[in-house]
Design a protein. Sequence first.
Length: 343
Amino acid sequence: LQQRRGLRLSAPAAIQVTVRDALNQAMDEELERDERVFLLGEEVAQYDGAYKVSRGLWKKYGDKRVIDTPISEMGFAGIAVGAAMVWLRPVCEFMTFNFSMQAIDQVINSAAKTCYMSAGAIPVPIVFRGPNGAAAGVAAQHSQCFAAWYGHCPGLKVVSPWSSEDAKGLLKAAIRDDNPVVVLESELLYSVPFEMSEQAQSKEFVVPIGKAKIEKQGTHVTLVAHSRPVGHCLEAAAVLSKEGVECEVINMRTIRPMDIETVEASVAKTNHLVTVEGGWPQFGVGAEICARIMEGPAFNYLDAPAVRVTGADVPMPYAKILEDNSIPQVKDIVFAVKKVLNI
């Protein structure tokens, strides 16, 4: 009728969705789609999750699908791995990935290596998820980034979302994957709203594991980041654009397997590279990206050495002013870009 009257019909508009709600949608849709999927972890059920990521799922799916566990990471991670070995699809939440060190034997020795050691006879379709890296005012034992730790290990896939679309699409892809997948979220992003496209609102929307995304096109320098620092890179790019420097910003999204081809293509265009991460510098994600660029064809396009922006090489301090100076800020990225461009 509107068309007959000559009115233009617009496509459904994108909506604003927080990262928390995007993760909740992903788990809700996958619990509904596949009865083998179940959630377990500390306070995920009756309390709705320590960060309310699993809000409403226990009431909807019940005790058998959403399971509160004792405070024993090695115990409930082991239960989840065993369940995955008999073709259930557990989503195992660590209240923070710092606590995953209590269960790292299960994650690496039991989950990551079993498919290979069984010659492919025993796949382990499991997801380990939870907040990773720095939060706010939680000090050294709650602020480590585990991207490099788990990205180091064959047998695992490791994803690190930034936006709500990243979070929903990558978590759904992880739950559907027949391999162990580590999903490293950011506590500081849970309440941040992002635009979610009509496509991303579909129940079949997934983000392919192992594919980076160019968040902003540019010509002068390539900025590569994952998780919360992607936002810092976009802020730095906006500052630098006012000074005539156009940055290309790449959201890695996946740490393992790493989409180095997208980075190489960008470096071939911009001739400069800066990596940004919240983790420590030694053996970090940025170090791996720089090494891969050095060893590959993109090295011939570099007009200056690649530069890394990382967290400080210290345990995270508690005091806010020290904490702020221990993780990358927008000003640090701007400084690094000017250094690499010699301006």
